[in-house]
Structure formats: C-alpha cells, structure tokens
Design a protein around this ligand. Structure first.
Ligand SMILES: NC(=O)c1ccc[n+]([C@@H]2O[C@H](COP(=O)([O-])OP(=O)(O)OC[C@H]3O[C@@H](n4cnc5c(N)ncnc54)[C@H](OP(=O)(O)O)[C@@H]3O)[C@@H](O)[C@H]2O)c1
Length: 248
C-alpha cells in the first residue's frame, strides 16, 4: 500500500515518523469483545457529503483507513439509503488484504449487511449480484415479500414495525460476526446512537469547508448525548485529521 500523503501520530504518542501499514493496522486493531465501529468522513464544517456524495470529502489517507477498517472487520453494515445512493459494489478485497485475513484466521471476505425497512433494494446491484459472500439484509417483520432479493441475500426479520437494531446485531453475533464496521449513513448512525449501540467512531476530518446545504453525519430522531472518549489523533500529509473515539 503506498502513501502519497503519509500519516503520522499526533496524540497520545506524537511521532513525526510515517506510520506503515502494520503500525496503522495496530492502531485500528480488532477489539477483544464484540463491537460496533462507525466510520465516517466529514468536512471541517461538519458536512456529510460534497455535491451529494462522500467521495468529494475523501482523500487518499481517508481511503487508506477505509480499506484497512474493511480488512479487519467481520461484517460491513450499511443502510439501504447509502447502499442505493453510493451505488455499493461487491465487497471485495485485494490479495494483500485477503492474505492478512487468512493469516488472522478470518473468513476471506467480510459479510455485507444491509439495513432496510422497505426492502426496496435491487437484487441486480453488484453489492448483491456479485457478492463473494452471501449478504444479509436486516429488515422488519412486516416488510413486503421480496423473492428476488431472497435469492441473493439472507433476509433476517427483526422488529415488528421497524428494524430492531439490537436484535439485528445480536443475530450477527450469533453468526460469529463480532466485529461490525458500519459505514453509515446518517439515519442509521442516528438510530444506532439512540439505541446506545455505538462502541467506536472513526472519523476523518477533511481540510475543507463544504458550505451550507449538506446534512450532518447523523440524522433522524433526536436522542440523548453520549460521552465517547478520544483514543487517538493522526495527521495526514494532506491535512486530513484521523480521529478514533471509543467507549471506555
Ligand atoms: N460522509 C460519510 O462518511 C458518509 C457515509 C455514508 C453515507 N453518506 C451520505 O449520506 C447520504 C445518504 O444518507 P440517507 O439519508 O439516505 O441515510 P442512510 O442512513 O444511509 O439511509 C436511510 C435508509 O436506510 C434504511 N435505514 C436506515 N436506518 C434504518 C433503521 N434504523 N431501520 C431500518 N432501515 C434503516 C432505510 O431504508 P429503506 O428506505 O430501504 O427502508 C432508510 O430509508 C448520501 O449523501 C451519502 O453520500 C456519507
């Protein structure tokens, strides 16, 4: 993995030396217990997107951490809105990352898990049709029948009128998917926060002012504020800050 914009540690152990892949992987290592880790990128003024997409906020250092977080997780959780809008493709990793997973006794690929109340999902989308591992869709009991989707994904019904995220996560853990990485989007993040299910947030802050218009990285029904202590601050050569916050 090359680093055009090297990443170094600012806090708690400052060092100007560029972090290599092993050092960076150690900083984002898997937890000893089941955990839900969020990963988002934002602008300095708190935008969730630029021109409607996250890509405009994401420079090379954010992409490097994004790929690393996918490498170390068991399941990648994403809301249907983000899957549809960002046009998620099949969750594939390059040979280097697959080799890392094999060395660490993990399945060759993480499992994609989609959260949807409506089941308005396209079975032909590459995220489903070309998936190396059969994806899981967490949905509510009363969701419409979706035989074409059921042909390409496991539909897990959890919650009467809407998805019960705690039940859904418990089901993932029952299947051995302990380390869950969630890539959003904002409505799913808001619901997970409200349900007090978020253990960790990895946040890239791009050195950009997006201006008014875009939403925040969280959305939906307001809920109680929760303390989430800072664990590390990394700085990339392009000015991106890489923050990790996690529960005690
Ligand atoms: N900056 C970043 O890092 C980042 C990351 C991700 C996304 N984004 C941006 O966020 C925007 C998309 O956001 P969005 O408003 O569509 O929010 P979202 O949270 O991505 O998607 C909302 C949809 O996902 C499903 N969903 C979410 N939470 C659910 C829950 N608790 N229970 C059941 N279903 C749930 C529902 O799908 P159904 O309608 O199928 O029921 C809902 O309509 C895009 O602009 C994207 O680029 C940015």
């Amino acid at each position: 993995m090359t680093a055009d914009a090297p990443i170094s540690a600012l806090w708690p152990d400052p060092s100007p030396a560029p972090l290599d892949d092993d050092a960076l992987t150690a900083l984002y290592r898997r937890a000893d217990t089941p955990q839900l880790r969020m990963n988002f990128v934002t602008s300095v003024d708190g935008a969730v997107s630029l021109d409607g997409y996250s890509a405009g906020l994401s420079g090379e250092p954010d992409k490097r951490v994004f790929r690393l977080l996918r490498m170390v997780c068991d399941a990648l959780l994403v809301a249907a809105g983000t899957l549809r809008h960002e046009g998620y493709r099949a969750l594939r990793l390059d040979e280097q990352r697959r080799a890392w997973r094999r060395r660490h006794g993990l399945a060759e690929y993480p499992t994609l898990v989609v959260v949807s109340n409506s089941l308005d999902l396209d079975p032909a989308q590459a995220a489903f049709a070309d998936a190396p591992v059969r994806p899981i869709v967490l949905t509510r009991d009363g969701a419409p029948a979706a035989p074409d989707l059921a042909a390409v994904a496991d539909l897990v019904h959890c919650g009467a009128d809407e998805v019960d995220l705690a039940v859904g996560l418990a089901e993932l853990r029952r299947r051995g998917l302990d380390q869950v990485l969630c890539e959003g989007g904002p409505h799913l993040f808001g619901a997970l926060t409200a349900a007090d299910l978020v253990d960790e947030v990895c946040l890239s802050v791009a050195p950009l002012l997006a201006g008014a218009g875009a939403g925040r990285i969280t959305a939906g029904t307001p809920s109680a504020a929760r303390h989430l202590p800072l664990r590390h601050v990394l700085l990339a050569g392009d000015g991106t800050l890489l923050l990790r916050h996690a529960r005690p």
